[in-house]
Design a protein around this ligand. Structure first.
Ligand SMILES: [Zn+2]
Length: 313
């Protein structure tokens, strides 16, 4: 069983959607970083959600979905690359890997017990020089009541920030992380036109059908089968984008840059104390060790002197 991702269109092209079911990548993420059950389930939903959002946007860059919690969960992050390479991690209070927030499995208890949690979605363009785009929403509804799960938060986000009527559902367990997104096409006719009215109708019908979906079905069915069951009358047109996979973007080069930013003094003080600087990637667990010799290289001046500007004249 591998990962599968489908994009689809319904009706006369008034409704589009994305369906994802992660297995291999989800297992890889679970193997590399262990979290409490509640955090783990949220990370699964976030991973599926990041694929749904990346799959629905025309955007060339990294999509970063973050939950900043105000309770046991401090920060949860899922990232999706344009080729659907995925990684995710979380930081909870008190001794991360040992006893993290198992008891509080409920989304609100975990991330929003005081009503100050928030969800941040960043689109980080691959082209250098372009500004990242960031959208932030609270984990509460317009009346200030805590939203009960990530699906509700993201529905609100898509309605408010993207202004695209959207419906989505997410679910994760120990085996799979899954999601279904249904959206009205943003450019389906001007307001008040007959075309727009038909688009509204088609969208309402798609949501009505999608709303019959049970959590067990979302987790248990392959996307193709899911679409067949939900939208068998709608003649879904299906597209197959690149399939998701686990992929961490960490590298020795990136860690090197990070240590340079940290500064010579800080790095030398760690070296003096421990004999080496050991940086562990919080996403994949890969270790990057720098001893005295490596550290001396780090701060050797200048690193990238252009040719012809040699100082030895
Ligand atoms: Zn990594």
């Amino acid at each position: 069983m591998s990962d599968s991702l489908l994009k689809f269109m319904l009706g006369d092209g008034h409704v589009r959607g994305v369906a994802v079911r992660l297995h291999d990548s989800w297992q890889e993420m679970r193997r590399r970083r262990r979290h409490g059950a509640g955090v783990q389930e949220l990370l699964g939903e976030m991973s599926a959600a990041s694929v749904l959002l990346a799959g629905s946007l025309k955007f060339d860059g990294t999509l970063v979905l973050q939950i900043h919690g105000d309770g046991p969960l401090r920060l949860a992050v899922a990232e999706c690359q344009p080729d659907f390479g995925l990684r995710a991690t979380a930081t909870s209070g008190a001794g991360d890997d040992d006893a993290p927030a198992d008891a509080a499995a409920d989304f609100t208890q975990l991330a929003n017990p005081h009503g100050a949690g928030r969800c941040v979605i960043t689109l980080d363009p691959r082209q250098p020089g372009q500004q990242p785009y960031q959208g932030i929403v609270a984990l509460n509804d317009a009346d200030g009541h805590a939203l009960r799960d990530l699906s509700a938060v993201l529905r609100q986000y898509l309605d408010q920030s993207e202004q695209i009527p959207s419906w989505l559902m997410l679910a994760a367990d120990q085996e799979h992380a899954c999601g279904l997104l249904v959206q009205r096409m943003p450019d389906a006719g001007g307001q008040g036109s007959g075309e727009a009215a038909r688009a509204d109708e088609d969208f309402a019908r798609a949501v009505h059908l999608a709303s019959t979906l049970q959590r067990d079905e979302l987790l248990g069915l392959e996307p193709q089968e899911l679409l067949r069951r939900l939208f068998w009358e709608e003649q879904a047109r299906v597209f197959t984008p690149p399939q998701p996979r686990f992929h961490c973007t960490c590298s020795k080069q990136r860690v090197t840059q990070m240590l340079r930013m940290l500064g010579r003094e800080e790095v030398e003080s760690v070296l003096a104390e421990r004999g080496e600087v050991d940086v562990r990637c919080e996403f994949c667990g890969a270790g990057y060790a720098f001893d005295l010799v490596d550290a001396a290289q780090l701060f050797r001046e200048p690193v990238d002197q252009p040719p012809g500007s040699s100082r030895s004249q």
